[in-house]
Design a protein around this ligand. Structure first.
Ligand code: 5GP
Ligand code: MG
Length: 175
């Protein structure tokens, strides 16, 4: 059988390091929300693996919603968010934790948080696997960050390049 093609770029964060960091994040998050009704909103598809791996360590009464929103085309942010209208949900009385793969321009999370607040959430916080050091285009701050990274385009562990490479176990940087 031919060997699978070598994935592009170089490993930035190996899978084992991601696993360890997720356990730490889950401990912190669990402690923070102790005794409060928590709904996790995962942004698809990028946060798919991060969301599931994190949820395995969160309390059993955690509620889960998945929102599908888009902003990237190829390696560039388009600057507009599509897909928000498909998501309603009543968050009255609930504390909402948004989970995303990466915080970049901040636009996605800014619009999603606003909508969740409009839908009655008592609090809205954000946990991202990666926080890109770059100028934000919208006010957005992550309360929990897996790894701060430089402004490079990354793939793997849920992150895609035109829909490919999400299944790679490590986060890789393209140059
Ligand atoms: P923002 O709205 O903060 O600019 O972008 C957030 C979304 O853009 C992320 O959820 C992710 O889907 C996508 N994104 C931003 N930077 C990268 C990157 O380096 N690689 C990939 N694959 N997606 C990215
Ligand atoms: Mg995304």
């Amino acid at each position: 059988m031919p060997a699978p093609p070598k994935p592009p770029g170089t490993v930035l964060i190996p899978a084992a390091r991601i696993r360890r960091r997720i356990r730490e994040l889950a401990r912190d998050i669990t402690k923070h929300y102790q005794g409060r009704p928590l709904t996790v909103v995962g942004l698809m598809n990028g946060s798919l693996f991060f969301l599931v791996d994190l949820l395995r360590h969160l309390p059993p009464d955690t509620q889960i919603e998945c929102w599908r929103v888009y902003s990237y085309k190829g390696r560039r942010s388009t600057g507009s968010i599509r897909g928000l209208d498909h998501h309603a949900g009543d968050y009255r009385g609930r504390h909402v934790l948004i989970i995303d793969d990466i915080l970049d321009t901040g636009l996605t999370v800014y619009h999603v948080s606003r909508k969740i607040r409009q839908n009655g959430a008592r609090s809205v916080k954000l946990c991202v696997l990666l926080d890109k050091k770059r100028k934000r285009r919208a006010p957005a701050k992550a309360h929990w960050v897996g790894f701060p990274i430089a402004d490079r385009f990354v793939i793997g562990y849920g992150l895609d390049l035109d829909h490919a490479y999400r299944t790679l176990p490590d986060v890789r940087a393209l140059d």
